[in-house]
Design a protein around this ligand. Sequence first.
Ligand SMILES: Cc1cc2nc3c(=O)[nH]c(=O)nc-3n(C[C@H](O)[C@H](O)[C@H](O)COP(=O)(O)OP(=O)(O)OC[C@H]3O[C@@H](n4cnc5c(N)ncnc54)[C@H](O)[C@@H]3O)c2cc1C
Length: 330
Amino acid sequence: MALPDHIDTSLRFADARSSLTEWGPQLADEYYNATISYFDRLTDEVWIFGVKPDDGPVSFVPGTYASLGLGYWEPRCDDALEADIDDKWAKLVRRSYSVSTPMFTSDDWATVDHGIDDLARCDDLDDIEIYAVLVRPEDDFVPGLTPRLACKDVGDRLFMGRKMAGRYTAADITDPTTPLVFLSTGTGEAPNIAMTIELLRKGHTGPIVSVVTARHWSDLVYVDKNRALERRFANYTYLPIPTREPDVEKRYIQDVVRTDFTPDKLGLELDPANVHVFVCGNPDMIGLPDESGETPVYPEKTGIVEMLVERGFKLDKRRDPGNIHFEEFW
Ligand SMILES: Cc1cc2nc3c(=O)[nH]c(=O)nc-3n(C[C@H](O)[C@H](O)[C@H](O)COP(=O)(O)OP(=O)(O)OC[C@H]3O[C@@H](n4cnc5c(N)ncnc54)[C@H](O)[C@@H]3O)c2cc1C
C-alpha cells in the first residue's frame, strides 16, 4: 500500500498527531476496505457488530476467522499508548476474529418459528457478524485493536482481510448422526454457533450440546437465540454458565465435562468412539500439551484436552485427524 507522499512517517507520533484531521482520512482511504454495518454494545465491553466489505458479497466456512484492522493513528478509549507508537503510527493493527452468526434471519425469531429457512446462511452475505470483547491495558501490556474498536460506530470504516482462514471447522463431520459437543469461553462461542447453525441448517440429526462460560449473564449475549434454537431443534442442548454471578454456582467447563456428560444430565456420554468435541477460547481452558519432547507435557492446571485424551479422545492435527478440534484465541 502506497501512502500519500506528504505523510511523513518518520515524524514522532506526538508531532504527527497535530495534523490528524488532514492525514487520518487519507490513511483510512488508503487502508480501509470495509464499513461497520451495525454495532450492538451489549455492555460497555462486549459487542456484536457487522462488517461489510466494499467489494461485494462475502462467504465463509463456519468456524474460520477473518482479519480486521484499524490504524494505530486511530483514537483509543483508554489513555494507554504503545511504547513503539512512533515507529508504527501510520500502520495497521490487525487481529483475527472468528466469524460469528446472527443465527436467525427473521426479526421475529423470538416468537415465531419459521423453520429451517430462518437459520442464517454463511454464503453470499452483505456482511459478517463479529462478537468481540474489549481488552483492557494491564501493567506494561497495551492491547492494540479493541480499545480503538471501542471508539467506532455504524458507518465507520476499517480493514477486513478478504481471505478467511483456519482449520477449526466441521469439515470432518460427514455423518449427520454424529454426536457433537461444543465448548467455549466468552467470545469463543462465535465459531461454535456458526458451525452449529450450519449443521442444523443442513439437517444434522445427532445430538449437539453447547456449553459456554462467561463472567456474567450480560456477557452471554446469544442466550435468547440459543434458547429459541433449543425450542426448534430437539437434538440441541445449550448450557450457559456465568462464573461471577452471586446466585450461580461457579463452575468451569472442566467441571461440566467431569460430571455432566451423562445421558440423564446432558443427554450425551463422552464416548470417543463416535463423539467429536470442538473447544474454543481461553488457552488455559483448552490446555494443549507441549509436544516438543518424547511425551506430551500437559499444563499444571488441567484443561479439557488432557481430560478428553485420558478418556480416549485424540487431538485433531493437520495430517493426523482426531476428534478434539480446538481454536485458541491467544
Ligand atoms: C483464530 C483467532 C480467532 C479469534 N476470534 C476472536 C473473536 O471472535 N472474538 C474476540 O473477541 N477475540 C477473538 N480473538 C482474539 C483477537 O484476535 C484479539 O486478540 C482480541 O480482540 C484482543 O485484541 P487487542 O488488540 O485489543 O489485544 P491484543 O493486543 O491482541 O491482546 C491479547 C491479549 O488480550 C487478551 N484477549 C485476547 N482475546 C481475548 C478474548 N476474546 N477475550 C478475553 N481476553 C482476550 C489475552 O490476555 C491476550 O493475551 C481471536 C484470536 C484468534 C487467534
